[in-house]
Design a protein around this ligand. Structure first.
Ligand code: PGA
Length: 241
């Protein structure tokens, strides 16, 4: 595990964008696993900036997002599909982008399909991950099996509470289920990169990186990965000791 601690959110976004750009430069047809949430927003901004300045070209890159809410259409303002359009794909042309379809008539089949698309593209080269305050990665909540594949999951109360900010602070509007790549799917990526910023993540970051490797803290399972990098700002790293 390689832990990089930088001063602030801007440096975190720059550092992660540079790592991604470097991987794209060394493999034009990179298969890139993407994440949503507040944490990667700066990283997306920086990648857009780099792309506009011809410092990176995503034209041959294929992307797979980690997760999507069940029951929201792709154009729902809170769907992760819409998030990705707004924050990245509207400005960056990639070869192909995949996001699980939370409105698929047969969700179990959608999960199998997602797995088979990842395989068809040769597996994920680099997976970007945020971390929830409960330690989730993707929407793999505490207790998710380490051999889980893309599946339908129930969201934890803490996740529903945290994500209510995107739904006018109305918890009742937050979907209760999501589709997510499984832990095993994530661990099969050739490289995993976890990012976290802010004091509100310090406790869970310490548990994930210094506590026991356990399904109770899904992010801790990334420590079993042979190519795992963490990029933190100082505030998120403060409890690492
Ligand atoms: P955040 O979400 O970036 O909005 O904090 C992270 C996550 O839940 O994975």
């Amino acid at each position: 595990m390689n832990v990089i601690v930088v001063d602030d959110y801007m440096q975190l976004s720059d550092t992660v964008a540079k790592i991604i750009a470097q991987r794209v430069q060394s493999k034009k047809d990179l298969v890139l696993g993407l994440a949503t949430g507040s944490t990667p927003l700066g990283m997306y901004q920086e990648l857009i900036h780099m792309s506009k300045n011809n410092r990176v070209n995503f034209g041959q890159v294929t992307t797979f997002n980690l997760d999507e809410y069940v029951g929201l259409s792709a154009c729902d303002p809170q769907s992760y599909c819409r998030f990705m359009q707004e924050h990245f794909f509207d400005q960056i042309k990639v070869k192909r982008s995949f996001i699980p379809n939370g409105l698929a008539p047969n969700l179990a089949y959608e999960c199998l399909l997602y797995e088979s698309e990842i395989k068809r593209y040769g597996g994920i080269d680099l997976q970007i991950l945020g971390i929830g305050r409960d330690g989730h990665i993707g929407f793999n909540e505490p207790g998710s099996a380490c051999n889980s594949r893309t599946c339908v999951v129930q969201l934890d109360d803490i996740t529903i509470r945290d994500n209510a900010r995107f739904f006018n602070n109305d918890r009742s509007r937050v979907p209760r289920q999501a589709l997510t790549m499984g832990i095993e799917t994530i661990l099969e990526a050739r490289e995993c990169l976890l990012i976290a910023n802010g004091a509100h993540k310090a406790d869970i970051v310490a548990r994930a990186l210094r506590g026991p490797v356990t399904e109770s803290v899904p992010a801790s399972l990334l420590r079993n990965h042979k190519s795992f990098t963490v990029v933190l700002d100082k505030a998120a790293a403060i409890s690492l000791g």
